[in-house]
Design a binder for this molecule. Structure first.
Ligand code: NAP
Ligand code: MG
Length: 500
């Protein structure tokens, strides 16, 4: 079985240079060297279920080599000791190379993860923006010079320096492979660290291509290593490796807990960007058309496989019917189809297993008394499609209302007063994001105060910016990765007292 024959339908639509890249079994990248001495793993296009490529997958020994390479690069003269402006310049150069290849990366994420091409382009462009921001971070790192209060000032001077952590292990999910690495890697590198990246098993291609592009931009060998592989093998080996100084994990809450437990053995610091069950609250004084467009647009974005998806929608009873009808109208107008078709708004789920899981959660909700106002079942086709679904009558007892579905499914529930809205919104172990739609300042302020979420969007949703910290409350995560928070996250302080 060859990748070219199986994937011919998909690959017909991709640019020739990318097609040629996919024809060759892709090696890992360790210390700037392609490493292919490992078993191959097939990579499928979720819109066809067909094989489009294969990659070499890492065992524990490859992970060990990658960590050693990252360590050597960290200790070399040409990375952490570079003038901050030079390190920033290299990251800016990488951003420019990525930008020149942005169409190719957008196509790659589209066929690997099933992301509609228009959205894929937007995500890659946002990733380039994050890199450009991070290039400036290199020169924004600063420490403190203090006159200590307990030590005589004429003899003692004190400084608090910020130093990189060392080797950062990055473990990534499958929902936006190249784009997410672009979003996160800039700050890891700008602060002088080196990285070993383990992409998700289903989507290893984007990280490999990004690392090649960074090498082409002049990043020193070993600063960015990529080891595709299984979570239970390569992921576990990386997390448990004593040579790893910090872990940046993005993925599900279940895996995040496992990783935090494994990291505890070496007291390796972990930042966790985890799942969510985010609420959107629609008040009667909102611009209802805009609220409906924004909520539905973001709930079905990436077929709901987006960590911040507003999957629980709470609507004031006065406007419930109108909002429900609007959400179904938007859902019904979505074009479900293959990612490279420019008219597609909603692609497939990542795998057959994920589709079964989503349909199982919806089905059990329907059996328990929920109603599908629209959607509720699979869409025919070779790919892993599920129809955009709006549920009513869900209760907290139903798994579909409690658990992260990670599919194109939202539930709509009425509320009567603001206290009830707050209680419903916060009644979840997650706390990643929340959206509030209202024309009233007092309502907006009250919700801002009371919502337990790391990101609150008022009359907007998924409004990201590389300058703004992002992360979750409660079981949606720990630590913040972007904005100024990234400097805290990826450096440690060294206090120096000098006596004269
Ligand atoms: P996942 O199953 O938790 O996997 C995430 C990564 O962890 C994958 O690379 C996986 O490898 C690896 N892994 C699994 N077990 C491991 C272990 N024991 N040790 C080390 N690594 C291990 O998540 P996913 O299904 O890929 O992604 C969807 C989830 O990500 C959702 O819950 C979503 O909300 C979350 N997410 C969060 C954010 C955020 O910023 N908050 C952003 C995007 C996605 P394999 O691929 O081999 O299993
Ligand atoms: Mg794939």
């Amino acid at each position: 079985m060859t990748s070219t024959r199986d994937g011919a339908g998909t690959l017909a639509g991709v640019q020739p240079s990318l097609r040629a890249w996919l024809e060759v079994s892709r090696p890992m990248l360790i210390g700037g060297v392609p490493v292919g001495d490992a078993p191959p793993l097939a990579v499928e296009d979720p819109s066809t279920g067909l094989r489009i490529a294969e990659v070499a997958i890492a065992g524990a020994e490859h992970v060990d080599r990658a960590v050693s390479s990252a360590r050597a690069a960290f200790e070399a003269d040409d990375w952490r000791w570079l003038a901050a402006s030079d390190r920033g310049r290299l990251i800016r150069a990488a951003a420019a190379v990525v930008d020149r290849h942005s169409d190719e990366l957008a196509q790659l994420d589209a066929i690997d993860a099933g992301i509609p091409i228009g959205l894929s382009r937007e995500l890659i462009a946002a990733g380039v923006g994050s890199l450009e921001y991070a290039a400036g971070t290199a020169a924004r790192i600063s420490g403190d010079a203090l006159a200590p209060s307990g030590l005589p000032g004429d003899r003692f001077g004190a400084r608090v320096l910020r130093e990189p952590l060392g080797v950062v292990a990055m473990i990534l999910p499958w929902n936006s492979p190249a784009a997410m690495l672009l979003d996160k890697i800039g700050n890891v590198l700008a602060t002088g660290n080196t990285a070993v990246v383990k992409p998700a098993e289903q989507t290893p291609l984007g990280a490999l291509r990004v690392a090649e592009l960074f090498a082409g931009a002049g990043l020193p060998p070993g600063v960015l290593n990529v080891v595709p592989g299984l979570g239970s093998v390569a992921g576990a080996a990386l997390v448990e490796h004593p040579g790893v100084d910090a872990i940046s994990f993005t993925g599900s809450t279940v895996t995040g807990k496992r990783i935090a437990a494994a990291a505890a053995a070496n007291l390796t610091p972990v930042s966790l960007e985890l799942g969510g069950k985010s609420p959107a609250l629609v008040f009667p004084d909102a611009d209802l058309d805009a609220a409906v467009e924004t909520v539905a647009g973001n709930a079905f974005l990436l077929s709901g496989q987006f960590c911040t998806a507003p999957s629980r929608v709470f609507v004031h009873r006065q406007v419930f019917d109108e909002v429900l009808a609007g959400l179904c109208a938007v859902a019904g107008a979505l074009v479900v189809g293959p990612p490279l078709d420019p008219s597609t708004t909603t692609g497939p789920l990542i795998s057959g297993a994920q589709r079964e899981r989503v349909l199982g959660l919806v089905g059990s909700g329907l059996l328990a008394g929920a109603r599908a106002a629209c959607g509720g079942d699979a869409v025919d086709g070779p790919g892993h499609y599920v129809a955009p679904t709006v549920l009513t009558g869900t209760t907290r007892e139903m798994a579909v209302e409690r658990e992260e579905v990670f599919g194109p499914v939202l539930s709509v529930t009425p509320f009567d007063g603001i206290d009830e809205a707050v209680r419903l919104a916060n009644d979840t172990p997650y706390g990643l994001a929340a959206g509030v739609f209202t024309g009233g300042l007092a309502t907006a302020e009250r919700m801002t105060r009371d919502l337990q979420a790391g990101n609150v969007w008022i009359n907007c949703y998924n409004a990201f910016d590389p300058a703004l910290p992002f992360g979750g409350y409660k079981q949606s995560g720990r630590a913040r990765e972007s904005g100024t928070a990234a400097i805290d996250r990826y450096t440690q302080t060294k206090t120096v007292v000098t006596a004269t």
